[in-house]
Design a protein around this ligand. Structure first.
Ligand SMILES: [Zn+2]
Length: 327
């Protein structure tokens, strides 16, 4: 009989965060490492993952752990073993599961971080009881996950849910994906900071509060700083967040036209702005929704699990995959 705990691993650009997760979705222990020398080489990142897993196994005892789940920002193939492409790491068709499985004694599975997050929010967070859920994570870019009737929808090749690269403005801002006018160029943390910087660079008097907060150093502007200014009542910061929120609502209306979910869960760092972001999103959504007035409207809600959603979801998905009898 294997254990009931699971280890979740969240891989970021420069750090590996891990946690032991119980069957109620609670994180009981944590471990974290910076990736040495900020290296992006597959073997260094893999060594760091094994290190974190070993540390957590040592704390709780390896016999109590049923599975290890890895959540990675990137394209994970439908086999949930291979990272096809990760924009912030040098993984290209990396057989991550196979490599790690040689060094870890319990079953490992790999998932896209937003897929892990939608699972966690559905099972333990904001979307409990909802049958058709779409998760939108607003970080530097936009990640997405789709869950229908208790199943994460990964697509034929595993890459479903990359909503950030839907085109919303033909000929718009250039995106690192190579196209122009992608949604994440208008409704993400990067978009928020870009717009605020352009106001500062234009020496606009309406940006004086933000200007003071960064002591005139445009490069010091960050999403959390703008959110704090908005919370403190700065009208310009509020306007910037409202603009991002509006664009969020435009994309959500497009997603509703295609998928007709019951709920959109908004997570990621930018969602910390709460209703300063979500109210403008709801308004824009209502204005843009196809068939508005003649159809039920999906709810747009804030995620509940914060930065832990990916880690909790990766762990729980891995545990449910390793031991499908449970749940
Ligand atoms: Zn793009």
């Amino acid at each position: 009989m294997s254990g009931r705990l699971a280890i979740g691993i969240d891989i970021g650009g420069t750090k590996v965060a891990g946690g032991v997760v119980d069957t109620g979705g609670n994180i009981t222990h944590r471990a974290r490492r910076e990736t040495p020398h900020r290296s992006k080489s597959p073997s260094v990142v893999e060594d760091t993952i094994v290190d974190v897993v070993d540390e957590l196994m040592h704390i709780v005892g390896s016999k109590t752990v049923a599975a290890v789940g890895i959540g990675a920002a990137g394209f994970v193939a439908a086999d949930r073993a291979t990272v096809v492409f990760a924009p912030h790491l040098s993984w290209r068709h990396e057989p991550l599961q196979e490599t790690l499985q040689k060094r870890v004694a319990v079953p490992i599975s790999v998932d896209n971080d937003a897929n892990a997050a939608v699972w966690a929010e559905w099972k333990f967070g904001a979307a409990q009881g909802e049958t058709h859920v779409m998760m939108i994570t607003l970080g530097t870019g936009i990640g997405g996950g789709i869950l229908v009737n208790g199943q994460v929808q990964r697509g034929r090749f595993g890459i479903a849910g990359e909503f950030g690269h839907m085109q919303v403005v033909p000929g718009g801002h250039r995106c690192e994906c190579g196209n122009r006018g992608c949604w994440e160029q208008y409704a993400s943390g990067n978009a928020l900071v870009r717009e605020a910087r352009s106001l500062l660079s234009a020496d606009s008097p309406i940006a004086s509060d933000l200007f003071d907060r960064v002591e005139g150093q445009t490069g010091n502007l960050t999403g959390p700083l703008i959110t704090q200014a908005a919370r403190d009542g700065d009208p310009t910061a509020r306007e910037l967040l409202a603009e991002i929120g509006s664009w969020l609502g435009v994309g959500i209306a497009n997603l509703a036209a295609a998928f007709d979910p019951g709920m959109f869960v908004i997570g990621g760092g930018v969602s910390a702005a709460g209703d300063l972001l979500l109210e403008p999103a709801r308004e824009a959504f209502k204005r843009r929704l196809t068939g508005r007035g003649y159809r039920p409207e999906a709810r747009i809600v804030a995620a509940l699990l914060g930065n832990d959603a990916g880690l909790i979801g990766a762990a729980d998905l891995a545990r449910c995959t390793a031991d499908p009898q449970v749940d």
